[in-house]
Design a protein around this ligand. Sequence first.
Ligand SMILES: Cc1cc2nc3c(=O)[nH]c(=O)nc-3n(C[C@H](O)[C@H](O)[C@H](O)COP(=O)(O)OP(=O)(O)OC[C@H]3O[C@@H](n4cnc5c(N)ncnc54)[C@H](O)[C@@H]3O)c2cc1C
Length: 406
Amino acid sequence: MDFHDSERESAFRAEVAGFLEAELPAFIAERPSEWGLFNGSAAASTPPEVREFMRMWTGKLNEHGWGAPAWPKEHGGGGLSVKEQFILSEEFAWRRAPRSGGIGHGWAGPTIMVYGTQEQKDDLLPKIISGEHNWCQLFSEPGAGSDLASLQTRAVRDGDDYVVNGQKIWTSGAQHAKWMILLARTDPDAPKHRGITYFIVDMKSPGVTVRPLINAAYSHEFNEVFFEDVRIPRANIIGDENRGWYLAQTTLSFERSNIGGAVGARQTVEDLVKFARDHRIDHQSTLGHNVSLRHELVERFVEAGVATMMSFKIVSIQAKEGVAPGHEASVAKLYGTELNQRIYRTGMHVLGLYGQLDAKSAGPKPPMNGRINYMYLRSIANTIEGGTSEIQRNIIATRGLGLPRA
Ligand SMILES: Cc1cc2nc3c(=O)[nH]c(=O)nc-3n(C[C@H](O)[C@H](O)[C@H](O)COP(=O)(O)OP(=O)(O)OC[C@H]3O[C@@H](n4cnc5c(N)ncnc54)[C@H](O)[C@@H]3O)c2cc1C
């Protein structure tokens, strides 16, 4: 791995940094974490000026091809190399600049690009890029998460339509989405991986009901979604009937280093160190002298450096053309998400009673805009979403270490 940028990469880094210095307002960089701008859209609860900012920001990013940096240019993306995507993510993360992204950019769009008909590509891809269409992903069910192939939501053929009945759960962003990607069972008699079809569905279809689920951080991020005799035109299948499982497994060669997460970890540790330095005298736990807390902060600092190295390793694997990271991505996911939980636990130790203040609290402004309090609760989900820690360990054991299956 060469840690240095080439001349061309340095010029690109300077271009991104210059853009952000000039364009990113402080009120966005210093926002509370729960605004959740990472999906390229603002949640309903965020202030109107922020929603307006996100519309404008999406347009500006697209002018540079940075709204969908990994997508090929022919589909409106930036066509950036893996290393350029890495640089873009790193520079944006250092400045806490919001990105476009989410299910439309990361899942629906790429799947349509590879398996969609020309009509589906022409109609849907530009709307994902422009931010006109937000998407959500309806895969998990109450009885099918880690073992997703057990899903039971049924789609039955009826003329030119399918009629869908069933329930999905943990659907992030369904309350804002216009379209969904849906996995449903079309052949109940086939082996469980072979009877599943991949659909795209308009969220306004009659019979779709979205019910909010409030998470441990008191935030409305995910939902339950119910289907009662929902009619989906046959033209809304992506790929072939009963081949949906294989589409959902498609590994796309986009940048997956999660350098943004590693930068965020380092920033949070640095903020906590600054807080501990600034509160040596007046804070009840005399932070500067508390030996166990000093050691905790040092450990988190070292671990954030390790997470950064893991990101470098993944980008170096991906930069070798045609090589997709396998168990290495699981190592980084496992380490990064468990580290996140340790960092925010340390954060609560550092803040002491201040840790109870959140961004919405009346009275004194909470340290770090309430980020520690919110993320301490929100990071619980990090080791579940996107595949649990146990599943990552299984992948590392079998594919990484070559251990036999249990
Ligand atoms: C914040 C958040 C957002 C999410 N957003 C979405 C979304 O937008 N769309 C969507 O479809 N889903 C979403 N999910 C669902 C997520 O994909 C599932 O929660 C996850 O795959 C785990 O499935 P489960 O909750 O059914 O748990 P289960 O699979 O039932 O697991 C329960 C426990 O058993 C363990 N376990 C299961 N199988 C094994 C095994 N083989 N070996 C060892 N241990 C095992 C698990 O690790 C876990 O500890 C989201 C989840 C969260 C937390």
